[in-house]
Design a protein around this ligand. Structure first.
Ligand code: ATR
Length: 299
């Protein structure tokens, strides 16, 4: 999309200097400042986004302080996402997921979770609709929760497979309130994948430094499958290499990071940011960082 469209929107709707931030601990690895500042810059917005190291005990002061200081919005990352639920007014989705990654400070203090929509938009971006599709989610942690709730809401038929099957069952129980879902362990994964349209790895398996790790190999996949790995360090995980070998379509973890950020940006400013600019900023930053800690889901 041409940038002049963004400039016009900016001039009409958003002309105040604003600060934005991501809170977490550790926080130095966060790619959010680079990503959001690139978008603000491309849009000619007088806004600036910074990373703040905040411990859980200080979270309430930090959020309320940011509100009092006139911040435009916040992101939250590990270990603050769950604790924030008791501080902000969570949306239904954030409550369901049990975590907040985006705080809106405009009308009260509202806590959103944009991780699920980030995953959904990463798929949509590649022309993959979710409604009526069989989606296999590997993992049952925080990332899997966000993804499974969003997919079920969008009408997918969701299977959650996790190493610890009880955790998959607990998540499936929660998600079943809003959609079609079942739980599994890893036994029979190959058979499950035969009927799967979209496979999403939302575990940390394959993340640097354990790059040879994968839960699924090419012999378990088929060419009509789309394989989406939320891990973005390395960009091309072993799972994605195996998917390529099988002739399956692949989506890497950068897209979820970018789209969860784009959704937060929209919540704060009412403006759709230039996703291509954000993606380039993240890919450039990853290219120049040799060791991005915790390079999986999160801002
Ligand atoms: P996050 O919030 O980033 O999703 P998490 O809550 O710690 O992190 O969840 C990590 C996920 O990766 C879990 O599904 C975990 O499986 P368990 O629930 O069985 O622990 C999964 N995971 C991590 N290491 C794994 C491994 N070596 N093999 C299989 N699954 C693994």
């Amino acid at each position: 999309m041409h940038l002049s469209k963004y400039f016009l929107t900016t001039i009409n709707n958003y002309d105040n200097m604003k600060l934005f931030g991501v809170l977490g601990d550790p926080i130095s690895h966060s790619l959010s400042p680079v990503m959001h500042n690139a978008a603000f810059c491309a849009l000619g917005m007088d806004c600036s986004y910074h990373a703040f190291r905040v411990k859980p005990d200080s979270l309430e002061y930090a959020i309320k302080g940011a509100g009092a200081l006139g911040f435009g919005g916040l992101n939250l990352t590990i270990p603050l996402k769950e604790k924030a639920l008791g501080i902000v007014e969570p949306t239904e989705m954030a409550k369901n997921i049990g975590a907040v990654n985006t705080v809106e400070l405009k009308n009260g203090i509202v806590g959103h979770n944009t991780d699920g929509i980030g995953a959904q938009m990463a798929l949509t971006d590649r022309g993959i609709g979710i409604t009526g599709k069989n989606v296999l989610v590997l993992g049952a942690g925080g990332a899997a929760r966000a993804i499974a709730f969003q997919l079920a809401k969008d009408g997918a038929s969701v299977t959650i497979a996790n190493r610890t099957v009880e955790r998959a069952q607990a998540l499936a129980r929660d998600v079943s309130k809003i959609g079609d879902v079942r739980a599994s362990g890893f036994d029979g994964l190959k058979e499950m994948i035969r009927d799967t349209d979209v496979l999403i790895n939302s575990t940390s398996v394959g993340m640097s430094p354990n790059t040879p790790g994968t839960l699924v190999t090419s012999d378990m996949m088929h060419p009509d499958l789309t394989v989406f790995d939320i891990v973005y360090n390395p960009l091309k995980t072993r799972l994605l290499l195996e998917a390529e070998k099988a002739g399956a379509a692949t989506i890497d973890g950068v897209m979820m990071l970018v789209y969860q950020g784009a959704e937060a940006f929209k919540i704060w400013t009412g403006i759709s940011p230039p996703v291509d600019v954000m993606e380039k900023a993240v890919r450039d930053a990853l290219g120049s960082q040799h060791n991005v800690a915790g390079a999986c889901v999160g801002v």
